[in-house]
Design a protein around this ligand. Structure first.
Ligand SMILES: CC(C)(COP(=O)(O)OP(=O)(O)OC[C@H]1O[C@@H](n2cnc3c(N)ncnc32)[C@H](O)[C@@H]1OP(=O)(O)O)[C@@H](O)C(=O)NCCC(=O)NCCS
Length: 201
């Protein structure tokens, strides 16, 4: 995407991260329904998310994790539309570390929405929560997700050959890490300002 003088065009629509709540379950389930084929190769949970009740259970678990102080799951809202979800796997407080995960609905890729959302989450993780290390684990075949980690300045630590049980078989996972001392990573201003984290309603 480029402007008249070859500069990237920055998305101008507001990009907001809202903690997931029961009133978002319909939007989240609708996005998973319309994105099944897109998510199926990468997200094991999509194979067991058959109905709205499964999404409500995800929201319930996310809110329990948040109430326990172990990290928030956010809806990624772009111009008032739900575009995806980003959040923490439960924070390991003794080590001050956590993994983050994310997905976008079909049609929302290629706009920098996850990179900019992750910047806001990393700001929160390192600057507000005082975490020391954030990890990202992606399927070895998921180059697109690996590009997100690399764009954010994460280092590739290695590969877990049996990293994740995926429906009916093990798949290898690439492990990435970023330490607080390395943040912010090699992001360029042209990549846009971070998303805004809103309080839970
Ligand atoms: C992984 C996934 C979130 C990556 O989506 P994405 O759109 O590539 O990531 P971003 O939102 O950060 O956008 C980056 C892309 O937008 C482009 N872009 C446009 N404007 C941009 C901006 N302002 N800032 C950054 N990138 C921008 C980048 O060039 C890049 O495109 P490229 O990869 O073709 O070079 C998405 O593919 C997805 O949801 N996949 C299925 C679920 C999944 O795999 N989740 C991760 C499991 S580990």
């Amino acid at each position: 995407m480029s402007g008249p003088v070859g500069e990237p065009v920055l998305p101008t629509e507001p990009l907001e991260l809202r903690p997931v709540r029961p009133q978002h379950a319909d939007s989240i389930f609708a996005l998973t329904q319309s994105s099944r084929a897109h998510l199926a190769p990468w997200m094991p949970w999509i194979h067991t998310t058959a109905d709205r009740a499964a999404t409500l259970e995800f929201v319930r678990q996310a809110m329990a994790q948040e109430s326990a102080g172990n990290g928030t799951q956010f809806g990624i809202w772009w111009g008032g539309q739900l575009a995806g979800v980003i959040g923490y796997h439960p924070i390991r407080w003794p080590e001050r570390e956590a993994d983050i995960g994310y997905w976008l609905g079909q049609g929302f890729e290629g706009r920098g929405l996850v990179t900019r959302s992750a910047c806001a989450v990393l700001d929160q993780a390192f600057l507000t929560l005082g975490l020391n290390t954030i990890g990202i684990r992606t399927a070895e075949a998921n180059r697109r997700s690996q590009r997100v980690a690399e764009r954010l300045g994460f280092s590739r630590v290695g590969v877990l050959s049996e990293g994740e049980w995926f429906v009916d078989h093990w798949i290898p996972l690439v492990v990435y890490q970023l330490a607080a001392a390395q943040w912010p990573g090699p992001l360029k201003p042209a990549q846009g300002s971070p998303a805004v984290i809103l309080p839970g309603s």
